[in-house]
Design a protein around this ligand. Structure first.
Ligand code: AMP
Length: 489
């Protein structure tokens, strides 16, 4: 089983129809997309099956052909969040042992001075000559357990871990999406508002399998007005958006375009109040997913109809188990807890990763007795609705991006003026959460900002600094994050 089959079958059925659009401009039909992916695939064969091929780019139409070319060549797609600092990108490239990285011109120029991996610029002459190679045959005998995608999530230890997602994992995700959430066809469109390196890219397979257009905004990023305009010019639109992006759509004050059918939100908390405002503005187009890179887009969910006339407890939940996924809440003894009791959320099914790339310790901690330990705490109600209560990993989710406090703390502590640092998330209307740093030491906020800007991605910087005499600690000397959060009111 190879995910390339999804494109192959769609091209056979709908060859002449539009497949990839850049804004309103048609870039490829399904036939030309298939042809180009197979030509690119034959040129990638020099790296051998299983080679990791990275892609670091803002959203671009070529990401779709690269994804299928990499699969057709039986290589592994390793997308990098284009908002990462180039030093962070380089860490991922070397962890993955990437054979090549395809970048947009802008990222290529920034990455070149630090990259140890060969860089190729998407759309440049060398890239186009790859696309002119003799097409390779479509793959027929790929082992479904072989990795198709290395999904990098930051570890709580600060080191990125690559969740290995196989062809089978992504096929299970595809089937579950089509069963639970959406039923696109050749008159539908997937608008890539969110980064294609993560959630939006993961939805390429289900929509390609039904022949739905892949629409990449011309800006390469999320602009709410551009997004809504595209929903007016393309048929039957669906999109995955982080909760912050949904809030920004509502802020435009525009009515729901007639062609906008489905917005899947998730990846971070959506506050009930914001969801109600969004439903009032756009109507019954919302679907919620709860998932993580290790079980891509697929642990629990709230279907469209679950949102209708739902009580706050349902709107504030993450819904119920997705098709093909077992979900349980376990107590400290590893046994399921009673309804209403809080424990660690675990799940199992064909969608769950096989482990972290070359990281057996982290794999062993995450996969136990056949279950994926999500690190999220939650409880079930009597009807099987799951509510997230806390995140044991203390991750801050700001604007849909995960920020790991430990990573920010470590960089803050590299500053000579910082004695201690404690980073937490504070609830925020616009971003979901924002990063706040409690600092013991003599540095100024401006100093710390400048220090961080040189070392980590902009979006991870604290929006606020609180200077304190000491950090609250327990008897083992561990900083009490709960107490820091409580101080934020
Ligand atoms: P990532 O692996 O980067 O996708 O992050 C996954 C984490 O995001 C999960 O473990 C949850 O803590 C959080 N998350 C995902 N979906 C939701 C949701 N619908 N509501 C609240 N938090 C979520």
């Amino acid at each position: 089983m190879n995910l390339f089959a999804l494109l192959d079958q769609t091209a056979a059925r709908h060859g002449d129809r539009g497949a990839v659009y850049h804004g309103e401009r048609l870039v490829h039909t399904w036939s030309s997309l298939r042809e180009r992916a197979l030509r690119l695939a034959s040129s990638l064969r020099e790296f051998g099956p299983g080679a990791r091929i990275a892609v670091a780019s803002e959203n671009r139409p070529e990401i779709v052909e690269l994804m299928f070319a990499i699969w057709a060549a039986e290589c592994v797609f390793v997308p990098l969040n284009y908002k990462l600092h180039v030093r962070e990108m380089e860490q991922i490239l070397s962890d993955a042992g990437a054979a090549r990285v395809f970048t947009s011109p802008k990222i290529g120029a920034e990455l070149a001075p630090v990259a140890s991996t060969g860089i190729e610029i998407i759309g440049a002459a060398e890239y186009e000559s790859r696309c002119a190679a003799m097409p390779s045959p479509a793959p027929r005998d790929t082992d479904p357990a072989s990795p198709a995608w290395l999904f990098y999530t930051s570890g709580t230890t600060g080191r990125s871990k690559g969740a290995m997602l196989s062809h089978r994992n992504l096929m299970a995700m595809t089937v579950s999406h089509l069963a639970d959430f959406d039923c696109p066809d050749e008159n539908s469109s997937l608008i890539h508002g969110a980064p294609m390196s993560h959630g939006s890219g993961l939805y390429v397979p289900p929509y390609v399998s039904r022949g739905a257009r892949q629409v990449v905004p011309a800006s390469g990023t999320f602009d709410p007005d551009e997004f809504l305009d595209l929903c007016e010019s393309h048929p039957g639109c669906s999109a995955f958006l982080a909760p912050t992006m949904v809030a920004r759509l509502v802020q435009t004050g525009r009515a729901c375009p007639a062609n906008l059918r489905t917005i899947v939100y998730g990846g971070g908390p959506m506050y009930v109040d914001s969801l109600k405002k969004a439903m009032a503005a756009f109507g019954p187009v919302f679907v919620q997913l709860y998932g993580q890179g290790e079980a891509p887009m697929t642990i629990t969910g709230l279907r469209r109809r679950d949102h209708l006339d739902a009580p706050d407890a349902v709107l504030g939940s993450v819904g119920y188990a997705r098709s093909g996924v077992d979900v349980a809440v376990l107590g400290p003894d590893g046994a399921p807890v009673a309804v209403g009791e809080i424990g660690e959320i675990v799940c199992r099914g064909d969608v769950v990763m096989s482990g972290y790339w070359q990281n057996p310790e982290a794999t062993e901690a995450a996969l136990q007795h056949g279950w994926l330990r999500t690190g999220d705490m939650g409880s079930f109600d009597a009807h099987g609705f799951l509510t997230l209560r806390d995140r044991s990993k203390d991750v801050v989710i700001s604007g849909g991006s995960n920020i790991y406090p430990r990573e920010v703390e470590e960089v803050l502590l590299e500053h000579p003026g910082v004695v201690e640092a404690g980073v937490v998330g504070a609830p925020d209307e616009e971003w979901g959460e924002v990063v706040v740093a409690f600092i013991v030491g003599a540095a100024s906020a401006a100093d710390l900002d400048a220090h961080l800007l040189e070392r980590i991605a902009r979006f991870k910087r604290p929006k606020r600094y609180e200077f304190v005499d000491e950090l609250p600690k327990n008897s083992y000397g561990k900083v009490l994050k709960r107490e820091l959060r409580a101080r934020l009111g």
